[in-house]
Every structure is written in structure tokens, then in C-alpha cells.
Design a protein around this ligand. Structure first.
Ligand SMILES: [Zn+2]
Length: 244
């Protein structure tokens, strides 16, 4: 939900002379998934989960009617549940998830590089999908790679700008991680900083170079360190030191 809200906010605050460059649709695809994935980091911050959560028993009369004799739960999510959710998130969106993204990006690129009907017909898509899934995603399957049609469940292979653009998710996440961890992690509700982000990065849509916008906002070129450190953190939990 926060991911899509990130796209929505990008669209709402964008101010460009030409609609072609407006909001998430107006930026290159490998920049467009940055604001959305950055906002995902917000909802995995304990204080924000707490403030977003709201048990439906706030409609007390209806809740009592449906749950006779039960003790009314807390309105906001209890801390233990928040902690458990964050642990589950570490597992679900940890390094294996990122390898799966890499596998999908690879497959997407591979099928869009076929130059002729003959070349396309010579490729066994099932084998290509299963083999790269094993080699890149590290997920075991059948030995000969000939079963199933996993790629048919992957809609972005043939969707708008995402045709040969699935790599954009992983690529943009590197920027998102750098922005979040270096600017917002410890300043989650810093209005001045958020306004600066809005003006420097979001407002111009695709009418300015996205990379230059990031340099202006960060005061330096973006780095991959935050993304790699976040993976190490997901793997080992807690803070990772250079030595570890
Ligand atoms: Zn998105």
C-alpha cells in the first residue's frame, strides 16, 4: 500500500510544464520505482506501523455486537506484533527475494534480446526460466528444467514500459535505500527534510535528470553501500559493523 502511495505522492507533487514529464509516468522506468520503494521503508519503521495501525474495534458498538464477551483489543498494534511483523519482513524481503528479482530481471532482458522469429522459436522458455531461477535465484527445481510455465505468471514481461524494464525495481531500490538510510531513517518525521526531498527529487518529474536531482539532494553521488548494508542487516539482524 505504501509502495503505491509513493507513486501517488510522486504524481501529486510533480510540477512540470509538459505532461509528458509529469510524475512517475514521466521519468525513466529505472528511476520511477525509487519514490515508491523509498516510502515502503517508512511502513517498516516500528513507530510508523504503530501510528498506521487501527483495530476495527474503534467501531465499538458493532464490534461488541459481533464479539460478545470478548475483551476489546488495543486500538493500535501491540509492540510484540510489530516486532514479529518486522522479523517476518526480514525473511520475506531478504536476500533471497532480491535474488528472485534479479532472476526475473535477467529473464526479462533475455527474452527481449531475441532478434528474429527463428531465434525466438529456438528458445525453450521453460528451460530458460527454470535454469536461470536455479542459477540466479538459488531455488531448486526439477533437474532437467523442462516442467512448468513459471514465466506466464509474470505480467511485467509484457506491460507498458516494463517490457525489458523489470530490472528497474532492483536498480531503483539502490537509490531508495541510500536516500532512506542516509537521510530519513533517523529523521522519519522531519518536515523540512521531506519538503527538500519533495522540491529536489519529486517535483521536477522527468523534466530534469533524476540522477542530478539525487546529487543535489544528497550533496554527493548516490552509493550502493546502504543497499548492501540493508541486505547484510536482513541476513544477520541488528547492526552490521564493517568487521562483521
Ligand atoms: Zn511501483
Amino acid at each position: 500500500m505504501l509502495h503505491e502511495l509513493g507513486h501517488g505522492i510522486h504524481d501529486l507533487v510533480s510540477k512540470t510544464q509538459y505532461s509528458l514529464f509529469h510524475g512517475p509516468e514521466g521519468v525513466p522506468v529505472d528511476f520511477g520505482e525509487m519514490p515508491s520503494q523509498m516510502l515502503e521503508y517508512w511502513c517498516w519503521t516500528p513507530s510508523q506501523i504503530k501510528s498506521l495501525s487501527f483495530h476495527y474495534s474503534y467501531m465499538l458498538a458493532l464490534w461488541k455486537q459481533q464479539n460478545e464477551g470478548k475483551v476489546q483489543p488495543e486500538l493500535q498494534m501491540p509492540d510484540e506484533l510489530i516486532e514479529a511483523l518486522i522479523k517476518a519482513n526480514r525473511f520475506i524481503f531478504g536476500p533471497l527475494f532480491q535474488l528472485d528479482q534479479l532472476h526475473r530481471a535477467y529473464f526479462d532482458m533475455a527474452i527481449h534480446q531475441l532478434c528474429s522469429d527463428d531465434e525466438a522459436e529456438s528458445v525453450d522458455l521453460t528451460v530458460l526460466w527454470n535454469k536461470s531461477r536455479k542459477e540466479i535465484g538459488l531455488i531448486d527445481g526439477q533437474e532437467d528444467y523442462t516442467q512448468g510455465h513459471g514465466y506466464t505468471t509474470f505480467i511485467r514481461l509484457m506491460m507498458n514500459d516494463y517490457t525489458a524494464g523489470y530490472y528497474a525495481y532492483l536498480y531503483s531500490k539502490v537509490y531508495a535505500a541510500d536516500l532512506f538510510y542516509s537521510e530519513f531513517q533517523n529523521n522519519i518525521l522531519d518536515t523540512e527534510r521531506v519538503q527538500r526531498y519533495r522540491k529536489c527529487v519529486l517535483e521536477s518529474g522527468g523534466s530534469r535528470d533524476g540522477f542530478q536531482n539525487l546529487v543535489d539532494f544528497l550533496g554527493r553521488e548516490p552509493s550502493v553501500d546502504a543497499f548492501y548494508n540493508s541486505l547484510l542487516d536482513l541476513l544477520f539482524g541488528g547492526k552490521v559493523t564493517p568487521e562483521s
